[in-house]
Design a binder for this molecule. Sequence first.
Ligand code: C5P
Ligand code: MG
Length: 161
Amino acid sequence: MSAPEVRTGLGWDVHRLAAGRPLILGGVAIAWDFGLEGHSDADILSHAITDALLGAAALGDIGMHFPDTDPRWKGADSAQFLAHAAALVRNAGYRIVNIDSTVILERPKLKDYRIAIRESLARTLGLDVERVSVKFKTAERVGPVGEGLSAEAQAIATIAR
Ligand code: C5P
Ligand code: MG
């Protein structure tokens, strides 16, 4: 048997922070006074992972599959984007090996949510939680993220067939 074809994909997202919006990361609601603005639920982590998966299989990007001008996706639960990307990747013959990710947000501290977020993502992706990693960083009070104007997420996905 020949060696598996292993591929990686990169994803990144940013959304503005605003008072009175929900803060949803990886499908988990975080208790906080500020949340993320956006057409969908603005879950930057789910969006970054969606792009990483699509990128690994060269299947375009999140906006190609879910245009933010489409009223169907207004207020959408981003778990459906993630589940759809995973299905596209699997339909192309790949298995998802692992996901790694970083959320960059000045406040609040997120580490107590790590397990809940990993479990939520793993459930949506149909993966063992051990294959899903989520890390958190501040921006050291520098730049728009550091000033609390926005939050970012980065993700990398490895797939194989
Ligand atoms: O950004 P900094 O290097 O100071 O982050 C140190 C640690 O704080 C991170 O490794 C992470 O465990 C935690 N952290 C967090 N929530 C954030 C930012 C960082 O739990 N919003
Ligand atoms: Mg987004």
